[in-house]
Every structure is written in C-alpha cells, then in structure tokens.
Design a protein around this ligand. Structure first.
Ligand code: ATP
Ligand code: MG
Length: 260
C-alpha cells in the first residue's frame, strides 16, 4: 500500500535555509502519529512542507503517493494551521467557513448539495458548535475559532489530516470531544498527523510518536515510550493509563507535574 507520508533525507525550510533536515519518515495509511518537540524545533515547518507551504530544499517528500504539490485533489489532505486567524476580511459565518472545507473536496465549479450541507453540519456538531452554525466566526472566542478550523478540515473528509496544535487554547471538555472525533475519524481509516505539546487528551488515539529535535527526528516509536526516548521522564504514580492531565512530554526535565 502507498504510504500516506514518505520522506527520505528531506530538507525543508524557507528561502534557501533548511529548518528541517535529514528527515526519514514513513507514515502508513491509517496510522495516527503525534509530532512532539520543543518550541522552534521545526514541527510546523515539517507539517508545512507536507502541504507545500514550506520549501522542499532536498530529498524526497511524498504525500499520498505524489511528490508535494503534485497531488491533484486538494481535499484529500486536510490541514489545521497553528495560527488561528480565520481571515476576517469578509464577515463569514461558521457554516460558510466550514463549507469552504467541503468545497475543497468537491473541486471548483461545484455547489454544496444536501449531502454536503449535512457533512458541514456534522463537522460543526462534532466540534460542539452546532448552536453557532449561523453566527459570524468573528463573534466566536479564540478557542471556538480553533474548533471551527478543525471542523473545516473534518468537513472535507480527507484521507490525511494534518493538525498543528489543534488543542492549543481549547478547554478540557472540548479537547476530550476532539479526541472522540479523532478516534472516529481514525477508525474510518483516515491517517492522522497531529502536532501537539499535550498528548494527554489524545493519548488514546495517537499511537506513534515522532519527536523533532533541532530540525531532526530524535525519536520515532510508540507514544508511550516518547517520554523515556526523549530523556527519561517517568511518573512514580504511573498506572499504565495515559496521563489524563497531559504532561509536557517534550520537556522531560520538568519533573513536577505542572497540574495541566
Ligand atoms: N516563515 C518562516 N521564515 C523563516 N524562518 C521561519 C519561518 N517559520 C519558522 N521559521 C523558523 O524555523 C524554526 C522552526 O520553526 P517552527 O515554527 O517549525 O517550530 P515549531 O516546532 O513548530 O515550534 P512551536 O512549538 O513554537 O510551534 C524557527 O527557528 C523559526 O524561526
Ligand atoms: Mg509550531
């Protein structure tokens, strides 16, 4: 089977400066992968490279079997960017912004049919914003706007879903709801690549971890082992259950649980 993501000795960056280099990474179709690492390590750059938003400076970067930028149908890859500006020039409603995600799947010159409208409503409901469907996005809080962007990506029903810190600034109840949604999406075979600092809420969904360290991959293995792999972080109260509080797995030197 064609891997969802395939990088070989990849160099990705901006202009002619590589931020990410020497990266070998293969994600099989249907895998659910966490991308961890400290601030500035290159996680977003790696994700943007997969989307054609950062420059591939060398090596191979293939997404869904095609070199980056050559994939014909945009809707096959969903992306939730880290920065959450839902472009504010036009006063768009939640329904309209999420509808744009659905249109990406349909291609140009198509209109939303009843089934598409249902998919949009389902995606909005999945992120817990059903009652805000007709509200202007600008009237939503920051965390709610993040959830709109998640819904926009979900509405396209992509084969590969790349999410850059989807739970940042999102409250605990909504993080749990998002985890449930991602579990469903994963169960249907969608490949997940989720950049996060807090694996707690998503630990049941994401099984493999890739830790980015200074632009290189420092660990690639089971999510459960990522803490140890990145420097030996261990909770004495470890029960084998995923830690619900979401400790910062990328900062193993922090030995006290920050209570998050
Ligand atoms: N558009 C850009 N142009 C030039 N350099 C950039 C650009 N975006 C990021 N960088 C640089 O690339 C490096 C990695 O940034 P990146 O955003 O990939 O890190 P990150 O791992 O996602 O960090 P965080 O956890 O803070 O989101 C940083 O040194 C940053 O300054
Ligand atoms: Mg980032």
């Amino acid at each position: 089977m064609i891997p969802a993501i395939h990088l070989r000795d990849a160099r990705i960056g901006y202009g002619d400066t590589a931020v990410v280099q020497g990266v070998d990474l293969t994600v099989r179709s249907g895998e659910a992968v966490a991308v961890l690492g400290s601030n500035g390590s290159g996680k977003t750059t790696l994700a943007r490279g997969l989307l054609g938003l950062a420059a591939v400076l060398g090596g191979e970067v293939e997404v869904l079997g095609a070199p980056v930028g050559r994939l014909r149908e945009r809707g096959r890859v969903g992306y939730v960017p880290q920065r959450h500006t839902v472009s504010g020039a036009v006063p768009a409603t939640v329904r309209e912004v999420v509808g744009v995600g659905r249109l990406a799947r349909l291609g140009s010159f198509r209109r939303l049919r009843p089934a598409d409208r249902a998919a949009v409503a389902d995606a909005v409901a999945a992120v817990g914003l059903a009652d805000r469907l007709c509200d202007p996005v600008a009237s939503l809080s920051g965390g709610q706007q993040r959830r709109v962007l998640v819904a926009r990506a979900l509405a396209a029903e992509p084969e590969l879903l790349v999410m850059d810190e989807p739970t940042a600034g999102v409250d605990a109840a909504s993080q749990d709801a998002l985890a449930a949604v991602l579990a469903d999406v994963s169960a249907t075979g969608t490949t997940l690549l989720v950049i996060t600092h807090e694996t707690g809420p998503l630990a049941g969904v994401l099984t493999r971890a890739v830790v980015v360290d200074h632009g290189r991959i420092g660990y690639d293995g089971p999510l459960a082992g990522a803490g140890a792999g990145a420097g030996g972080h261990h909770h004495p109260e470890d029960t084998g259950e995923p830690p619900r509080g979401g400790y910062r797995i990328d900062q193993p030197r922090v030995t006290t649980d920050g209570g998050r």
